[in-house]
Write a protein that binds this ligand. Structure first.
Ligand SMILES: Nc1nc2c(ncn2[C@@H]2O[C@H](COP(=O)(O)OP(=O)(O)OP(=O)(O)O)[C@@H](O)[C@H]2O)c(=O)[nH]1
Length: 304
């Protein structure tokens, strides 16, 4: 994927051009201050703040696609950077007392920048709400990007353990049942070998979308490892979990995934297992779920 930064090169160019023009203007109108008259603390404070604003701008442009929120935030940060940059210039260049435009150049962009940033953050807030709604079944009120895998993108085992611990405490407090489902693709290793790892990745992504579509709002889908998914089901008893697990298996079986290379339909299958919490801790519950899944796999192998 091309870097997002490359979409924003005009914005970056404009900021650096404005900064250089201000420098040239100062050099043309004033005299350089001798190094022994430099005030190091001011230079560090003002220069450091300008560099930080520029770094924020870089990070923003590197991580966000183009659009209104990005435009507002980047314009706001550019104004803040420019104001701090000009503020720093007078530490190196002395302007004649008759010059007044430097006050404008230094002070005017800052409030404009802060207003733009505030307006941008307001729209970013709405954008985040929309994104959070899409992520609902992946993160259940807790976001920690380091615990998410890049491929699907779903949270992994560590995230599941944390959420499971919290949900177990909640279910005890509220006296509500809690269940787990495991979904493990069958013969995924063979699929990888026959169609390649990249096709295997596509299958994992397709299955993730499929499972998410079949979940309720309060459920949480995690990728435990490889081709194994676990679903946390709050307020769900044993028979309902068993029914949901069957539905997941059926959904996978009916997925008409086509390979990227030849458009060939892959017949996918998944083994599923479900368990309801019986007062044990997260580790014990996950162990029981894994045993139930191993049993389901064994039954499948015997019947084959
Ligand atoms: N494409 C792809 N493959 C992965 C990924 N992570 C793990 N795998 C592969 O998933 C396969 C899992 O193999 P197994 O645990 O034997 O699963 P299986 O072949 O479905 O066997 P059963 O579960 O017993 O049916 C291995 O080939 C791993 O290399 C991934 O992110 N992408």
């Amino acid at each position: 994927m091309p870097s997002l930064l490359s979409h924003h090169h005009v914005k970056l160019f404009a900021v650096l051009l404005a900064a250089n023009l201000a420098l040239l203007l100062y050099l043309a109108a004033g005299d350089p201050i001798a190094p022994h008259d430099w005030v190091l603390l001011d230079i560090l404070g003002e220069g450091g703040a300008a560099l930080l604003a520029l770094a924020w701008l870089g990070l923003l442009l590197k991580s966000r696609p183009a659009g209104r929120v990005t435009n507002l935030l980047s314009l706001g940060l550019s104004c803040v950077f420019f104001s701090l940059w000009v503020d720093c210039l007078d530490e190196f260049i002395q302007l004649p007392a008759a010059v007044h435009w430097d006050h404008w150049l230094e002070s005017a962009p800052m409030p404009v920048g802060l207003l733009l940033l505030t307006y941008g953050l307001y729209h970013w807030h709405h954008e985040q709400l929309a994104i959070s709604a899409q992520m609902e079944k992946r993160e259940r009120l807790f976001r920690e990007h380091l615990l998410f895998d890049k491929l699907t993108p779903l949270a992994g085992a560590d995230y599941l353990r944390r959420q499971l611990q919290l949900s177990l405490e909640e279910s005890r407090r509220e006296r509500q049942p809690l269940s787990l489902i495991a979904v493990d693709l069958d013969d995924f290793d063979a699929l990888n070998q026959r169609f390649g790892h990249a096709e295997g990745d596509e299958v994992l992504q397709a299955v993730t979308q499929l499972l998410l579509l079949n979940l309720r709002r309060q459920d949480l889908l995690c990728r435990l490892a490889g081709d194994r998914f676990v679903i946390l089901l709050p307020n769900t008893g044993e028979s309902q979990a068993r029914q949901l697990a069957k539905e997941m298996a059926l959904a996978v079986e009916h997925l008409a995934h086509k390979t990227r290379q030849h458009g060939e339909r892959l017949q996918l299958k998944a083994s599923v297992a479900s368990t309801m919490a019986l007062g044990e801790n997260a580790e014990q519950l996950l162990r029981r779920l894994n045993l139930a899944l191993a049993h389901a796999k064994q039954t499948l192998a015997l019947s084959a």
